[in-house]
Design a binder for this molecule. Sequence first.
Ligand code: SF4
Length: 272
Amino acid sequence: MPANEKNQEISVSDLLLYINCPRRVYFVSRGFELFPEINASRLEKMLLKELSLNYPEIVKKCSLNADTMREELEAALSQAREDLPIMFPKEFAHTENGFLEEGNARARAKIPEIAANLIKGLEEFGKDAMLAALTPVKTEPIISSERLNLKGSPSKIVCFEGVNVPSIIRPGSCPLQGVWASDRIHVASLALLLEAESGKEIPFGFVEYVSFGIVRKVVIRSSDRREVLKICRRVEKIKAGFMPEKTEEKFCPECTFSEHCVSESSLMSKFF
Ligand code: SF4
């Protein structure tokens, strides 16, 4: 690419796609839809995300009372179930009502474990630390850096130990210890963006595993920063037209693009 040609801006969501499978970046950058339909599993995750936005209020109110906490979580989930179709009208336009009920039932089944883990967190870290880690000072701000050619939006920015740090909401599974490698890169990329904006070092961030009521701190290492920069450069190349090798097979059976992603030569014949 000529030195004066500007790279297409990349986003943190591109980096996450790349971690799943580099080819997904290629397809999405060419207008293919990643999630063409809403199903019960996706609705469960959307409901749990909305529910988690109530955790600070609920933790503040309930302290160590498990029964009250469960009741408050149930009430907040019912509200989220009512609000979801209003918040996402486009997504719900072609969604069967049964999916929402199934997603709601699945999310509701998680409440006892969420309540137990929130209480465990309160006992282990104390109410002030839990509230600081959960309470947003900003929700879903868009941050960008010209220098990094990157933009992104943390689920929240929270103020912990006097530092504003990124926090991401993950509705999927939770590792036994620490955070998943992809979540580490996610938090690190947002920390780099926040640093570019604030001019201050961001030494850590948080991952909220909302289906479990668990919040984990991630210390950002130099190796995480290096990995983010490396992935950024690779994503830029893909968005400029480079087709990556088909390396990751484990996501293929459920991948939206599997029908288009046979091999490089047959793929090219579909386009040209
Ligand atoms: S089908 Fe497999 S290789 Fe192709 S984009 Fe999907 S996950 Fe990647």
